[in-house]
Design a protein around this ligand. Sequence first.
Ligand code: IPE
Ligand code: IPE
Ligand code: MG
Length: 274
Amino acid sequence: MQDLFAVLAPDSAEWDLARSLDPARLPAHIAVIMDGNGRWAKQRGLPRVAGHKAGVEPVRATVETCARLGIECLTLYAFSVENWKRPRTEVDTLWRLLRYYLKAELPRLQRNNIRLCVIGRPDSLPESAQEELESCVAATHDNTGMRLNLAINYGGRTEIVDAVNRVIDDARRKGTLSHLKVDEEAIERHLYTAGGPDPDLLIRTSGEMRISNFLLWQIAYAELYVTETLWPDFKRADLLRAIAEYQKRDRRFGGLTRAKPEEEEAEVLGVPAR
Ligand code: IPE
Ligand code: IPE
Ligand code: MG
């Protein structure tokens, strides 16, 4: 977390927000649905692609802030399996921007010791985008800091289907298919995100109250944070605010947080606890 203070102006609003955070209770994994680029552009009378271009800077700021905070894993939703429904020109621009981002950001990813991973089905992307992704993934492979998952041509349902098929393929290879029993652990081990923690905090920008097929399995107990801010306007302070809000939540995971529930119950029932 000290790394973050090195880039904040002392006594700025960001500084105060960062100071208010409890370093011992930071989310291990933050996932972000970066939404609202098109509306941002429309509000300015610009074409939708101008919104996507303006969305690059908040990606940069969010990645660097999370790395400097010491977040273990950040997952950014960049393109869903459903986003192919958009006009060809918009989709092509997104691949161009992705290549531009990767080229420009690689030195910063290296400086911040970030390991880039791709989750989704990148094999449907244009060759040039695939090559740029592969080279960045390879170049950052041995970095030991934050894991940055870029969700590209990603669908939560697709991921679960892919995981189940991998479980079946594994069993076929081992000759255990005839008595295969699938459990949660087996699916988890074959998800695109295997080996990392589940998201603790899921942020969605632009005010939409939906998940849009993102990390369906992994967000079972994530804390949800929706802000009206459109993605191109999402600043470091917005991220810090989301984390501060997360730290106020009472995460129960289906259990209870009351100190001594047996004693409370005994009082209501009028019989001793034991
Ligand atoms: C999010 O912004 C970026 C992608 C889905 C690629 P949108 O393009 O969905 O922006 P809105 O929701 O139309 O404003
Ligand atoms: C979700 O946003 C996908 C990404 C942010 C990449 P969408 O804009 O595609 O979601 P819907 O269509 O509003 O649900
Ligand atoms: Mg959208």
